[in-house]
Design a protein around this ligand. Structure first.
Ligand code: SAM
Length: 224
């Protein structure tokens, strides 16, 4: 249940150094700005994307949020094992147990993130369960809050109806716009995302083609 989840009352209270010790050296000169998580993988599952992000962006910190305690523990153990086997690598990724639909602004400051990932989110097929979908009009406002203007949201799903749902809701939201095709083609993550996670590999084995979409956080509207 949610009352067993740990989350900071505000992002400034989060102990980031214990999650990413190599990015918080005790000998850092005074005044050095603290390292900040830039990428978030929502519902990171068993961590396939985090491992890939670590290798592709070794200087950027990425946090996976996973609701299921056992799955989050597995992913933490996986990252620890990689760090032990390859010292000096994989220190830029971490996983916490958390409910992204409730606590995202507890973890991240306004405009902190440059990339937010939703890979194979739970489809919640029944109409009465649509309110549990992680992409919903109410949640988009929060995703827009934690993303910096120009930041990107990546979605991948093998459920065509959910893909349409996500296109519709991002398309209708004033804080988001589809990434122009030229930039889509230049993004090195795009070809990788459909098969980098455990769920993606499962979809591939089952012959279910994934659909990917990328949306860009628009600039803040002028204050009138
Ligand atoms: N992204 C992973 C992948 O592609 O392999 C996992 C996909 S799995 C179908 C969806 C994951 O989202 C599950 O592990 C589930 O526990 C997690 N999840 C669902 N709702 C969540 C929430 N509100 N906050 C964090 N994680 C959530």
């Amino acid at each position: 249940a949610d009352h067993t989840l740990c989350y900071p009352s505000r992002p400034q209270d989060m102990d980031w150094a214990s999650l990413f010790p190599s990015f918080f050296p005790p000998e850092a000169p005074p005044g050095t700005p603290p390292a900040r998580v830039e990428f978030a993988d929502v519902g990171c599952g068993y961590g396939g994307l985090l491992v890939a992000l670590s290798e592709l962006f070794p200087r950027s910190l990425a946090l996976g949020l996973e609701l299921r305690g056992k799955v989050a523990a597995f992913t933490r153990a996986r990252i620890r094992a990689l760090q032990a086997a390859q010292p000096g690598r994989f220190g830029n990724v971490a996983c916490v147990r958390g409910n992204a639909m409730k606590h995202l602004p507890h973890f991240f400051l306004r405009g902190q993130l440059s990339k937010l990932f939703f890979l194979f989110p739970d489809p919640h097929f029944k109409r009465t369960k649509h309110k549990w979908r992680i992409i919903s009009p109410a949640m988009l406002a929060e995703y827009g809050f934690v993303l910096r203007p120009g930041g990107l949201v990546y979605t991948v799903t093998d459920v065509p109806e959910l893909h349409q749902w996500m296109l519709q809701h991002f398309g209708e939201h004033p804080l988001f716009e589809p990434l122009p095709p030229g930039q889509l083609a230049a993004d090195p993550l795009l070809p990788l995302l459909p098969a980098v996670t455990e769920e993606g590999q499962r979809a591939r084995r089952a012959g279910r083609p994934p659909s990917t979409a990328v949306f860009r956080r628009r600039p803040d509207p002028p204050v009138l």
